[in-house]
Write a protein that binds this ligand. Structure first.
Ligand code: Q9C
Ligand code: ZN
Length: 349
């Protein structure tokens, strides 16, 4: 039997997180992680027969978040965001606590402590950030819960802001809370979970969270950190901690990688997933691998996403997609549709 629809989950609260600029190399540049990304996908899917998206209106409790993240970081994020006045602009860290015995990580000044957890200048915080971030995590959590209770073969958590650069006690790169990790942690109720991260950037946060967990496989295909963000992780020799040896795989690829090369790497990765034999699969999906993406360098086309969907569907493992990056906002709906159509075309129960 072929299921022709996918269950999509979203929240409207992402719209109150709207940074406008980011400071890179001495210049103010566009902040690409914008509300239109999710709006475009929802609008586009609305014109297809692929889904009747479910609006999530609840918010999960802090306890759900601290199963994954350090509770000092979470309390801090909330406090900092809530301390910002309604008419105030977004704030950015500029001082980062280095790993030195002389770093006073307990600094009390709220803004002064920004660099304790944040590892770059690309996760600005405003008044609405906290609510958006927790709504994004809620979308992932609710999707995972329904996935379990309704025995879905596929679901799509339309999260914003994204999450894969957020680790147990760090955040950055447009990410604050790791939505995919929250979902994967829930899916452990079904048995072992595999996460594949297809965003253009290495999922450093997700890798760190499950580094010592033998029940969660993590595999990522991304721009080689030798030239690409996040630079400090994502190398092929990172294979998992001693308690979870060989449950982590990184496939770094060169600049301008074509769809064909990408699909070969994906086939290798899926072979390893298959050997891990998970009960469910989480796909951290980023469309910043698209050729016309403003920050990625890969050369994937619309049709390549349907090929990616097919390769994943052929595994025959129930799959929860979690939205990460992808910044050509006007194209995201089409890319998402292509991916989902590919997946649904081949998945057999
Ligand atoms: N000149 C995600 O895709 N650096 N995060 C961009 C552009 C930040 C991307 C620099 C990349 C973070 C979820
Ligand atoms: Zn990315």
């Amino acid at each position: 039997m072929i299921e022709r629809k996918i269950q999509v989950f979203f929240s409207d609260l992402h719209k109150i997180h709207v940074p406008i600029t980011v400071f890179i190399n001495g210049r103010l540049e566009t902040y690409w992680e914008v509300p239109k990304r999710v709006i475009n996908i929802l609008e586009h899917l609305g014109n297809t027969n692929l889904s009747s998206p479910i609006k999530v209106e609840t918010l999960i409790s802090i306890d759900e978040i601290t199963k994954i993240h350090d509770n000092n970081m979470i309390n801090y994020l909330q406090a900092l965001s809530k301390s910002i006045m309604l008419d105030q602009e977004y704030i950015y860290p500029s001082v980062f606590a280095i790993k030195s015995p002389m770093s006073r990580l307990s600094a009390t000044h709220l803004e002064g402590r920004y660099g304790t957890y944040c590892f770059d200048t690309e996760a600005p915080i405003g008044r609405g950030t906290w609510t958006s971030v927790i709504s994004s995590a809620t979308v992932a959590s609710v999707a995972a819960s329904q996935f379990i209770s309704e025995q879905l073969i596929s679901a799509y958590a339309l999260c914003r802001p994204p999450g894969h650069h957020a680790g147990s006690s760090f955040f950055g790169g447009y990410c604050y809370i790791n939505n995919a990790a929250i979902a994967a942690n829930k899916l452990l109720d079904l048995g072992n979970v595999a996460i594949i991260d297809l965003d253009y950037h290495h999922g450093n946060g997700t890798q760190e969270i499950f580094w010592q967990n033998p029940k969660v496989f993590f595999g990522s295909i991304h721009g080689d950190p030798q030239f690409e963000y996040p630079y400090y992780s994502g190398y092929a020799d990172e294979v998992g901690g001693y308690k979870a040896y060989n449950t982590n795989i990184n496939i770094p690829l060169p600049r301008h990688t074509s769809g064909e090369k990408y699909l070969c790497a994906l086939a290798d990765l899926l072979q390893s997933v298959s050997e891990f034999n998970p009960a469910s699969l989480v796909v951290s999906i980023g469309f910043d691998t698209y050729y016309d993406d403003p920050i990625g360098s890969f050369q994937l086309t619309i049709d390549d996403y349907s090929r990616i969907g097919k390769s994943i569907g052929q595994l025959g493992v129930p799959t929860l997609f979690v939205q990460e990056g992808g910044y050509k906002a006007s194209m995201l709906g089409k890319l998402c549709e292509s991916l989902v159509r590919g997946y649904l075309a081949v998945y057999r129960v």
